[in-house]
Design a protein around this ligand. Structure first.
Ligand code: 6R9
Length: 648
């Protein structure tokens, strides 16, 4: 396939980037050979400390004892680093640009304004009894108050748990129960694509399911919509902040005190509360943000994620603000009011760096080049992608159409658990290969192991593990350290198990093949679902594809492909055969799909991830055992898929 394609570092980038290939080599070497020296220097240089640390790394991946501590005797505060220390130099610089769902609404918030709003918010939390170490649940739309709420918690040492605003009352209730928050922050309603999201009503329903946990709800007035009001429990933020002082000194916080909990689903059980702590997390988010996006003073930076996901935590909020950046927060969706919205926003705010997910790119590709080409995008300098493997076709389209072949694409591989980018190109350093996340970031020791844990050398394919700790790593599963050990350190003792498969090519570049639970074993050959999908979407009629394994009498597992066609193309048996032949030709006979099902839509979470669990069950004709479908963006998709499956 297009694997041989390499885009070298351009002359412009070699010149402007912070580091070049030689410097990367030297720094990487030091980060691995002398982690104490490397990270100690970075932590002193990048963070302000209330009490300096004397110890740097104290970590063990087992076997036996698993503990992860960085800078453990240091004392600092996140808000001090993300706000207060910037006031002298950049008090009047814009910290957050907010772009509303409605294109006529946007706001600019300076660091000085951010300081006052966060301080007042923090005083409101204190007035309602929140103290250091308490958990606070945040269920908010993408409005500046979501950022204020998170930073207000950090300011007073409270632990936030942001629950994505697209989650149902049930999911919200489960997450409240797990971490036991006494206080919840929400808004009357959210707004996405012109539609109202009943956040406060969802909170009311959720709180009926978990009575006696939350006793205070702080409500931000956003749309002004009608809501139910529980006197004595519910409080308007705009009224509360009038009653408190604008001064709120930061609470000194230990480097290893928790900053936040973020729930993430694994292959089994209820969502896990991933715990990130203070100093190591912030250092890692800030450093990756600077180097990966080559962030320079004055850049306008936009990450399209929602603050309900880790990408929003690390790369809308904490990393950029720690670096004193201007970060754009977008309330809306890529298709509203028109399919040019992303690029209109880029032009409106002169965005230099744009970071999004492959799924967004693919959905926009379906509408062709014109909606992109009619915008300028002259301000764009660098692009980023995250969340799933990006197929080379989407990469090329992103590069050529969106970036006018000027902007390098940083394909950043990481996870909720990792806090920040682990495998990623660096502009000015890394030749780009469409579909490869390329090389490890500083301090990251990736290894490829086989099923029994044997480390593979040279070009190899297998399971991706990380051999040693880095500062941004999660520390535990909230309330269940044993589950942390079982999930991440039991499969390959002494190593962090990522749950992803990867291939390393002859240049040492990593290609993420997808979750190992998605790997299909066809006649003893391992087949990455991402690879088959990539081949399918390379077909001129295919908009999107999802591939799963299903039990096959002879081969062990067969390949089942769900295919969404580009508008204007009709399903037919002929096209089905063409697609099978196409994949056979693109990858090889072992990759030929056994079954192709045309699907007008795929089951996706609201963050755009395809729910393969559901696709696997439908492929297996197990319609009764679909499990929880509550997190789907559009549950009706499933009915369509079942109907079509029955016809095959
Ligand atoms: C940041 C984030 C983590 C999983 C991860 C992997 C997939 C993320 C990727 C990627 C290939 C990339 N993933 N980035 N796969 N290339 N650049 O997405 O966190 O929601 O926890 O998902 O996403 O499978 O294991 P999270």
């Amino acid at each position: 396939m297009s694997e041989s394609l390499v885009y070298p570092v351009s002359g412009e980038w070699a010149h402007r980037a912070f580091i070049d290939a030689d410097k990367y080599q030297a720094l990487y070497k030091r980060s691995i050979n002398d982690p104490d020296g490397f990270w100690g220097d970075e932590a002193r240089r990048r963070l302000d400390w209330i009490k300096p640390f004397t110890k740097v790394k104290n970590t063990s991946f087992g076997p036996g004892d698993v503990h992860i501590k960085w800078f453990e005797d240091g004392v600092t505060n996140i808000a001090l680093n993300c706000i207060d220390r910037h006031l002298d130099k950049r008090g009047d610089q814009v910290a957050i640009i907010w772009e509303g769902d409605d294109p006529s609404r946007s706001l600019k918030i300076t660091y000085r304004q951010l300081h006052e709003r966060v301080s007042r918010f923090a005083n409101v939390l204190k007035a309602h009894g929140i103290e250091k170490g308490d958990t606070v649940t945040i269920y908010m739309p993408m409005i500046p108050e979501a950022a204020y709420a998170m930073l207000a918690c950090a300011r007073i040492g409270a632990i936030h748990s942001v629950v994505f605003g697209g989650f149902s009352p049930d999911s919200l209730a489960g997450r409240i129960k797990d971490c036991g928050s006494k206080l919840l922050i929400t808004s009357d309603e959210g707004l996405r694509g012109g539609k109202r999201v009943p956040l406060k009503a969802n909170v009311d329903t959720a709180l009926e399911k978990v009575p006696f946990i939350v006793n205070k709800v702080i409500v931000v007035k956003h749309t002004g919509g009608d809501i139910h009001w529980e006197k004595g429990r519910d409080f308007w933020l705009h009224e509360e902040i009038e009653n408190v002082s604008p001064d709120c000194p930061v609470t000194p916080v230990g480097a290893e005190d928790p900053l936040f909990i973020l729930y993430t689903s694994g292959s089994t059980g209820t969502p896990k509360g991933v715990v990130h702590t203070t100093a190591g997390y912030l250092l890692y988010a800030a450093m990756t943000h600077q180097y990966v996006f080559d962030y320079h003073d004055g850049d306008i930076y936009w990450c399209t994620a929602d603050v309900g996901w880790v990408t929003g935590h690390s790369y809308i909020l904490y990393g950029p603000l720690c670096n004193g950046a201007t970060t754009l927060m977008f309330e809306g969706v890529p298709t509203y009011p028109t399919i040019s919205r992303f690029w209109d926003v880029v032009d409106k705010h002169k965005v230099n760096t744009f970071y999004t997910a492959p799924t967004a790119i693919r959905s926009l590709m379906g509408a062709g080049e014109e909606p992109v080409k009619k915008t300028s995008r002259a301000s764009l300098r660098l692009l980023g992608t995250v969340g799933e493997p990006i197929n080379p076709e989407a990469w090329e389209w992103y590069y050529k159409v969106v970036g006018d072949s000027r902007c390098p694409i940083m394909d950043t591989w990481w996870q909720t658990e990792t806090g920040g980018h682990l495998i990623t190109p660096l502009p000015g350093v890394t030749p780009l290969k469409p579909g490869s996340a390329t090389k490890p970031f500083f301090g990251i020791k990736p290894e490829i192991v086989d099923g029994s844990g044997v480390v593979q050398e040279g070009p190899a394919e297998g399971i991706l593990v990380i051999a040693d700790s880095w500062p941004g790593q999660m520390r535990t599963v909230f309330g269940d350290h044993d589950r942390f050990i079982q999930t991440y350190f039991a499969s390959f003792p002494g190593k962090y198990f990522s749950g992803d498969g990867a291939r390393r090519d002859a240049d040492g570049d990593y290609w993420i093949t997808g979750r190992v639970d998605d790997v299909i074993n066809v006649s003893g050959h391992r087949m990455g679902t991402a690879e088959v999908e990539s081949a399918l979407v390379a077909h001129e009629r295919v908009a999107e594809a999802a591939v799963v394994g299903f039990p096959h009498d002879i081969k062990g597992q067969g390949i089942f492909a769900y295919v969404t066609l580009i508008n204007g193309h009709e399903p037919s048996d002929k096209l089905r055969k063409d697609l099978v032949a196409w994949v056979r030709q693109e990858i090889g006979p072992i990759a030929s799909p056994d079954i192709v099902q045309f699907a007008p839509g795929l089951p996706k979470t609201r963050s755009g991830k395809i729910m393969r669990r559901i696709l696997r069950k439908i492929a297996e004709n197990e319609f009764q055992a679909l499990g929880d479908t509550s997190t789907l963006a559009d549950p009706a998709v499933v009915e369509d898929l079942i109907r079509e499956r029955k016809k095959l």
